[in-house]
Design a protein around this ligand. Structure first.
Ligand code: SAH
Length: 371
């Protein structure tokens, strides 16, 4: 019998599994409580379940499918996990500590098909979508990394992959995250970051969710965006902004636009001026993220002077802008970087725990939305 991923089952499906075996359905809620609230990692720990039920569950299900290939901790408290699934595919997820806030950054796909030229995640394309259970597993493993006093407060879907290309599996996972009997993290504390796929954005709009939406813009005109974000060739900035406007009109949620600032590529004064024109009249926040260099790629972090000039023009033009630097730089916490720094067969075995001693160089904030 192949083992099943328990996290792939809804509460109703778990109840059905129990009743089919002549067992009381209320056990499902107990099991869920152990996993989400008491952070259990095995059925054995579920001491208020009858012993034979625990044995049957363990025969048929696993709670966690992945092997933790690397677990890195940065000086600033950021922790990053590199997970390997049974098929050998690897993904990353991160816990970021800021004051009382505990934000997790999760992945939705193995790799990414969008092909943004500067990003480490998409260098080898996309291998597959993650399942709902695999998305939930990241949340729960990061939940367990915390001390007993800590509670997850925010989720950003900004890890590997394009979330709007895997909405059918992401949404049930986020629903569970929002469930008071799950992690209790409401939609207002969840941000989905997208490269900007208008039909999927419209789908999200129609669902009337209260998630935050962040759109990765990275260029003020289609010519430049086609170069930096190749998937743009099959759409346009205008179509993305129209879909963003519909989201704002229907959901009343202010949109965030992300702009990764790439030295000498999209950081010139004329780009900032064009951006001012583009965003004029829109209720939006622009997150400017100085590029985090990726080994082997030619792109550069902009100079401090270029950054300042860019920001001054935006602010003078009335754009609501903030600079986001990434947390956990020294542990390769940026999108897709840790996976690349661990060659597939080098880290075989039980997983490595790496404690990084060097002070972080770039931790004055984070790329995370301030909700
Ligand atoms: N596919 C989605 C979500 C994943 S990427 C999207 O495009 O939004 C999340 C954010 O991290 C995006 O804005 C992306 O452009 C940015 N990012 C990726 N690699 C980066 C790097 N090396 N430095 C800075 N930001 C990066």
């Amino acid at each position: 019998m192949t083992v099943r991923h328990l996290l792939d089952l809804t509460l109703a499906e778990l109840k059905q599994w129990l009743t089919e075996r002549g067992l009381p359905a209320f056990r499902a809620a107990q099991i869920q409580k152990w996993i989400f609230e008491k952070r259990a990692g095995s059925f054995e720990e579920m001491t208020d379940l009858p012993k034979d039920l625990r044995t049957r569950l363990a025969e048929e299900f696993v709670i966690f499918l992945s092997k933790v290939v690397a677990h890195k901790t940065a000086e600033d408290g950021t922790e990053k996990l590199l997970l390997e699934w049974q098929d050998g595919n690897r993904i990353e997820c991160v816990l970021i500590r800021e004051g009382k806030r505990r934000t997790i950054c999760i992945s939705t796909q193995v790799g990414c098909a969008m092909g943004c030229v500067f990003c480490a995640s998409g260098l080898d394309g996309v291998a597959r979508n993650l399942t709902t259970g695999e998305i939930l597993e990241q949340m729960l493993l990061l939940n367990r990394v915390q001390s007993d006093e800590e509670r997850l407060s925010n989720i950003v879907v900004m890890g590997m992959g394009e979330p709007l290309a895997n909405l059918d599996r992401l949404l049930p996972a986020l629903e569970k995250a929002g469930d008071p009997a799950g992690l209790g993290i409401g939609g207002r504390h969840i941000t989905i970051s997208t490269v900007g796929l208008p039909p999927a954005m419209d789908r999200l709009t129609a669902m009337q969710t209260n998630y935050h939406l962040a759109v990765s813009l990275h260029a003020p005109n289609d010519e430049l965006r086609n170069q930096i974000v190749p998937v743009n060739k099959s759409m346009s900035i205008a179509a993305i902004l129209e879909a963003a406007d519909r989201f704002f009109a229907d959901n009343g949620r202010r949109l965030t636009f992300e702009y990764v600032l790439l030295g000498e590529l999209n950081d010139r004064p004329e780009h900032a001026e064009e951006l001012v024109e583009l965003l004029r009249g829109r209720t939006a926040l622009l997150n400017v993220i100085p590029y985090n260099t990726v080994a082997g790629l030619p792109y550069k972090t902009p100079t401090a002077r270029a950054q300042q000039r860019f920001l001054d023009i935006l602010r003078d033009g009335g754009v609501n802008v903030q600079v986001r630097t990434r947390k956990g730089d020294e542990i390769d916490a940026a999108c897709g970087q840790l996976r690349r720094s661990f060659p597939q067969n080098a880290a075989a075995g039980g997983g490595v725990e790496v404690q990084i001693g060097a002070p972080a160089t770039n931790v004055s904030g984070s790329q995370i939305d301030g909700n």
